[in-house]
Design a protein around this ligand. Structure first.
Ligand SMILES: [Zn+2]
Length: 460
């Protein structure tokens, strides 16, 4: 770190580093220099630091790595609260006709709403899997990336696509999909225009055909080849429901994981959302290949999809992060509450009270997320030399003060208020409010765009 870098010093704070040893400090310090963590440890910060622009007394707070979201569909922010009593396939067919009418103005507002909700709750790295690109809808990818950049969060855009419509045995209507060639060309263009491979990148792009039931086998195969040629990651939905499993057996003569393997979609550069219906050999295949999982407990519950076998995945060595999933199937859109939901829902599964503990839940939402996004050397834990993406959770208020253990307080307790979040060393949230966005204006614009979309969909 250059000696001239501005420093932020945080002291008197409980720290859960989420490093490999789960190192914690009851009262410690963090020194941020520029966009990196310079030092972290017990007690006070070193004396004689120069260029200290800010000293923060962290009394009554827990510092953790910033939360990392690994699966989302931002545009759904303006189609929340619809088809509320449906399973996945019925929910999708109810919503596709509306989704197919989105445009750039709508996706920008929806991205702002999605990002605001997550950032306020301690998310420092967001991702958006966007796969609906109606013809003539404008620069949708650009609008989403602009919203993330303005909010100040680190971001991965998973450039999605669909080319298997009803006429080819798929689920989406014919007018909601792209052609194979069009999807591949637009994806390559988005990677070349926006993907930053550097250590402290704020924007990355992944190749992300939507799902086996909305994408041709050829797009899966060529998408994988494209990503590997460009050196970017691969993302899709996998093994979400029993209906999807049945679809794969009928159409491909094999289950989802075997289908993914046959199309080049298992590997340490791949992560998949959901992975609810996995047998022992599927989990072993993910572990053997280093394929990651975005676990989305609230969405899985909302759509009655089932409970992913997260304890078995972790025991096998599968990288697992958390995702809120699109907010048409998880209307809250918050990630910090997913720590608690992941823990509780997995305890309803086979492993019962041994399924997950508070520290494992925190790890899923931080280091696990960094792993599946391919950024574990840069973010996901608080360690000297890593990027300064961190959150100070207020735990001395009514919701948490009577819980002695800070990690138990933020995971088992109510959603803890965020006093400060830093992304790349820069404050993004202070005292629960966003610093680079107007929440009231976003509330208004998202309502207006939701109404505009509903109107256009009703007319068509
Ligand atoms: Zn999804």
């Amino acid at each position: 770190m250059a000696p001239s870098a501005d420093r932020i010093v945080i002291e008197n704070v409980a720290i859960a580093t989420v490093d490999a040893q789960d190192t914690e400090y009851a009262s410690g310090h963090i020194v941020v220099a520029g966009n990196k963590i310079e030092s972290i440890g017990a007690g006070k910060a070193p004396e004689g630091l120069e260029n200290v622009v800010r000293r923060i007394d962290g009394t009554g707070h827990l510092a953790t790595p910033g939360l990392v979201n690994t699966h989302h569909h931002f545009y759904q922010w303006i189609t929340r609260g619809l088809a509320t009593d449906h399973n996945l396939f019925n929910w999708l067919t109810a919503l596709y006709p509306t989704w197919a009418r989105i445009d750039e103005r709508m996706t920008y507002a929806a991205a702002q709403g999605s990002l605001a909700m997550m950032a306020r709750g301690g998310v420092t790295t967001a991702m958006d899997h966007h796969y609906v690109f109606p013809q003539g809808s404008g620069d949708i990818s650009g609008s989403i990336i602009r919203a993330a950049s303005e909010m100040g969060v680190r971001f991965t855009l998973a450039r999605g696509s669909m080319d298997r419509s009803e006429k080819d045995g798929g689920l989406p209507p014919d007018f909601a999909v792209e052609t194979l060639e069009g999807a591949l060309a637009a994806t390559e263009e988005t990677v070349k225009k926006h993907h930053d491979a550097s250590f402290d990148a704020m924007t990355q792009v992944a190749v992300a055909p939507c799902s086996p039931f909305s994408v041709s086998t050829e797009l899966m195969k060529q998408g994988a080849e494209l990503a590997r040629r460009l050196g970017v990651r691969l993302h899709t939905h996998g093994s979400e429901t029993v209906e999807e499993e049945k679809f794969c057996h009928e159409l491909f003569g094999k289950g989802p994981t075997d289908y993914f393997e046959s199309t080049g979609w298992l590997g340490d550069d791949v992560w998949m959302a959901h992975c609810v219906h996995m047998n022992d050999s599927d989990i072993a295949a993910f572990a053997r290949t280093g394929t990651g999982v975005a676990h989305c407990p609230s969405s899985n519950a909302r759509l009655a999809a089932g409970i992913a076998r997260v304890p078995d995945m972790l025991a096998a060595g599968v990288p697992v992060g958390l995702g809120v999933d699109g907010t048409a199937s998880n209307e809250s859109g918050e990630l910090h509450t997913e720590l608690r939901n992941a823990l509780l829902i997995n305890r309803l599964g086979a492993h019962r009270e041994a399924a997950l503990n508070a520290r494992q839940a925190l790890r899923l939402g931080t280091y696990g997320g960094a792993q599946v996004l391919g950024r574990a050397t840069q973010i996901g834990s608080l360690e000297a030399g890593k990027l300064a993406d961190l959150v100070l959770w207020k735990i001395d208020g009514i919701g948490h003060a009577s819980i002695a253990d800070p990690v138990t307080a933020i995971v088992f307790g109510a959603a803890a208020p965020v006093t400060l979040s830093l992304v790349n060393g820069r404050p993004v949230v202070e005292n629960g409010r966003l610093l680079h966005a107007d929440e009231d204006a976003i509330a208004r614009s998202t309502r207006e765009e939701a109404q505009r979309l509903a109107r256009i969909a009703a007319e068509s």
